[in-house]
Design a protein around this ligand. Structure first.
Ligand code: ASP
Length: 603
């Protein structure tokens, strides 16, 4: 037989179909030649079904290798009771093959496509090099299907809210989002370059000036920055912008969209997740104070505490010196951590040192006195090399502030506020992880609001935007523009889930005078303003409406839904290493004629 179109899909056949003649198309997922009989699990995108071949009918079986593409004809038969496989959707039946044809032969495979367990140890570059094989795995198909469902639901949701989908250019001018641009040479004028958009930020603002009012786009963004588990050179955002809205309107819309869309996907794919609840809200300052970072994992408590006043009069040298230098003593509680061995506590100390701490001070709270422990009036005993440096009332104050109970370990860092937070935020996550508090089934969302407008960048000796240069300062803080810019808060917000930033957005500056003042603060002089942003400044002088928006990352949402920590696992064709695509071998060299046409010369 040649290619005959399928009558059924592999995954849909059941006992009720027994006796039916079927034609199936798919791939030989797993071939088991037992001599007396040949079994093949045939796979298509709906699932697997077992085929049985009578070897006397098919003596030439060597072409039937794993991943061969097949068309088969056969009869559905109920399996004998003892051979039924409850783990397979089609496990109660098999297909007795009467004829087949090979639609595409398969060479020996670079990795075992059908063996999920062995695939765990396959080198990632090899997987990406043969991505078309890697994607044949049902687990990879499922991730792409989840992603596709998410995007479809977004379209449906925003369509119902009267949003207009507008596509914006890919070859364009630099749109600063804090990363390096990818540049594309312009053939007709060799000194000129396009930049790929880091996001459609300026276009969407221009669309607001254009009166679109409600815009969205599933937009590709390009950022040349060092790779990380949650970063790729190109990624996709749900980019949104609205006119005549307040920050509250945007948060409400983005929150209900997220809840609706994600709960829909969770239900459709019966994902092992609890329903998403309304979001918590924290100001940037609160988040830093309570969790040491602006993307807290709120699946668990363990808030940081500040011991600066509890130990204000301490004679303990390390703490005293830090306080005198204007630093802080902050800490986090490790529930049940008191039972750790010295070696384990030293490893935790090392963990903090690797993050830049000078060391981690600790106190173990025990219910019974041990050797060298100090007894508090509560009856609790405190152990720890630094306990002897504190007066009993200081120890009491530390324990009280920390909220520690018997069995807990109090971990403390003495440093500047920012440096202590930077260590404690990660230490808190580590403790949460070790204590099993980061439940994968929970998706705990929060909004972080009131970000500072700018941050001091010591390397360049300038203020740099916390979000991007188009973010609106809070009106009441504009008074600090010339005197204390670090105090200005912005109408800027992040959506955070389980410790990951899923979206950023802001109300934008829509007045050219304020925009020019912010550019000036950022050290962008008038000439550069005109050269780089003249178009947007001019647009703002033709009746620009107040507007704002947000842009959730699609991959990051899918990562949360699929418990994936690596962004590459939720993209069809990711890059590896420093932005390399081993399948296409990109980037690659260009030929002499292309060099010449572009007017480029190798240095
Ligand atoms: N353009 C911003 C970003 O990519 C999102 C926004 O402000 O809407 O982070």
């Amino acid at each position: 037989m040649g290619f005959v179109k399928r009558t059924h899909s592999c995954g849909e056949l059941r006992v009720a179909d027994a006796g039916q003649q079927v034609t199936l198309n798919g791939w030989a997922h797993r071939v088991r030649d037992l001599g007396g009989v040949l079994f093949i699990d045939l796979r298509d995108r709906t699932g697997l079904v077992q085929l049985t071949f009578d070897p006397t009918l098919f003596p030439n079986r060597s072409e039937l290798r794993n991943e061969t593409c097949l068309s088969i004809n056969g009869t559905v038969k109920e399996r004998a009771e003892e051979t039924k496989n409850p783990k397979m959707g089609t496990g109660e039946i098999e297909i007795v093959v009467s004829a087949y044809s090979v639609l595409g032969t398969a060479k020996p495979l670079p990795f075992p496509v059908s063996d999920e367990e062995q695939m765990q140890s396959v080198n990632e570059e090899l997987r990406v090099k043969h991505r078309y094989l890697d994607l044949r795995r049902p687990s990879m198909y499922r991730r792409l299907a989840i992603r596709s469902s998410l995007i479809k639901r977004i379209h449906r949701y925003l369509d119902a809210q009267d949003f207009l989908e507008v596509e914006t250019p890919i070859i364009t001018k630099s749109t600063p989002e804090g990363a390096r641009d990818y540049l594309v040479p312009y053939r007709l004028d060799s000194g000129k370059w396009y930049a790929l958009p880091q996001s459609p930020q300026q276009y969407k603002q221009l669309l607001m000036v254009a009166g679109i009012e409600k815009y969205y786009q599933i937009a590709r963004c390009f950022r040349d920055e060092s790779s990380r588990a949650d970063r790729q050179p190109e990624f996709t955002q749900l980019d949104m912008e609205m006119s005549f809205v307040t920050q509250e309107d945007i948060l409400t819309l983005a929150e209900s969209l997220t809840i609706d869309v994600l709960n829909g996907v969770i239900e459709e794919f019966t994902l092992d997740k609890f329903k998403i609840e309304p979001f918590e809200r924290l100001s940037y300052d609160e988040a830093m104070h309570l969790y040491g970072c602006d993307k807290p994992d709120l699946r668990f408590g363990l808030r940081l505490f500040d011991l600066t006043s509890a130990v204000a009069g301490t004679e303990f040298g390390v703490f005293k010196n830090t306080l005198e230098a204007g630093g802080v003593i902050r800490g986090v509680r490790y529930p049940g951590g008191a039972k750790m061995s010295r070696k384990e506590i030293n490893a935790l100390d090392e963990f903090c040192r690797e993050l830049g701490a000078k060391g981690m001070a600790w106190l173990a709270i025990e219910s019974e006195a041990g050797e060298g422990s100090t007894i508090l009036s509560s009856g609790q005993a405190i152990r720890g090399s630094i306990a002897k440096f504190f007066k009993p009332e200081e120890l009491e104050a530390i324990v009280k502030t920390s909220g520690a109970e018997s069995g807990d370990l109090i971990c403390m860092i003495a440093d500047s506020y920012a440096a202590a937070n930077n260590v404690l935020y990660r230490l808190r996550l580590e403790i949460g992880q070790r204590s099993g508090l980061r439940d994968q089934r929970v998706l705990k969302f929060c909004w972080i609001v009131d970000f500072p407008l700018v941050e001091w960048d010591a390397d360049s000796g300038r203020w740099s935007p916390s979000h991007h240069p188009f973010t609106m300062p809070k009106e009441e803080d504009l008074i600090y523009l010339d005197t204390d810019p670090g105090r200005i808060r912005a109408d800027c917000y992040d959506m955070v889930c389980n410790g990951m930033e899923l979206a950023s957005g802001s109300i934008r500056i829509h007045r050219s005078d304020i925009q020019a003042r912010i550019f000036k603060l950022l050290g962008i002089n008038e000439e550069t303003q005109q050269e780089r942003f003249g178009h947007i400044l001019e647009a703002f002088s033709y009746g620009a409406p107040p507007h704002g928006g947000i842009a959730p990352g699609i991959e990051r949402m899918v990562m949360q839904l699929t418990d994936t920590e690596n962004i590459r696992e939720v993209m069809a064709f990711p890059k590896v290493g420093g932005g390399y695509d081993p399948m296409m071998d990109a980037p690659s060299t260009i030929d002499a004629q292309q060099w010449a046409e572009l007017g480029l010369r190798r240095s």
